[in-house]
Design a protein around this ligand. Sequence first.
Ligand SMILES: [Zn+2]
Ligand SMILES: [Zn+2]
Length: 253
Amino acid sequence: MMIDSHTHLYLNDFQSDIKEVMLRADAEGVKKFYLPAIDSKETDNLLALENKYPDKCFAMMGLHPCSVKENYKHELSLVYSWLQKRKFAAVGEIGLDFYWDKSFADLQYESFHLQIEWALQFHLPVVLHTREALQETIDVVKDYQGKNLKGIFHCFNGSLQQALEIIDAGFYLGIGGVITYKNSGLAEVIKEIEIKHIVLETDAPYLTPVPFRGKRNESGYLKYIVQKIAEVKNISSEEVEAETTQNAQLIFG
Ligand SMILES: [Zn+2]
Ligand SMILES: [Zn+2]
């Protein structure tokens, strides 16, 4: 059994064939799906998919750093009211993203800090998105040491040193399709990391693993990530599946 700790199966990309996508994932042994939020435009679709598969799909709530714009205060108020209303799997995905646009960096920091406070308030893990801002994100998380903040650095793609800093801060590394990309360097880093610090993710429909790179990603492709981790760490696929499942259950409860 595998758990996809990060998949956007509620997006329009899957609107026409979600049933088949879920069946294919099930046939491959992917039994649980954690759905990260992006912003309020997607909330209805996010909650509808969870509602359709209540034993398999689990929604997170949060404001993605790329959705932190002029209206961020309104967006954040919606996130907070949802967190008060019902239980979510995590606060996510939240974090810092300086890849497309740095002009909202201050607002991203403000939104990130606020949502971490809410995660602590509601006793939830955080699922962190970071792009061109990994060290900055690690530094933010370090400020909360001793406060029992836990979670996942989703789509981790940093150095060994950064991986160790993340583990030291009590966080897990979310590993997806990037590990199958030849020039990413991620395989060499993960080789040195114990499996007890790793969770699986597809980030579908994005970051499709080899051999389907360039096409739409889906949760059934998790096996290619498992195979690659098993290969670089020289352990069995079964061990990768069992350990990463246990890790995801520890985080999400
Ligand atoms: Zn992300
Ligand atoms: Zn994502």
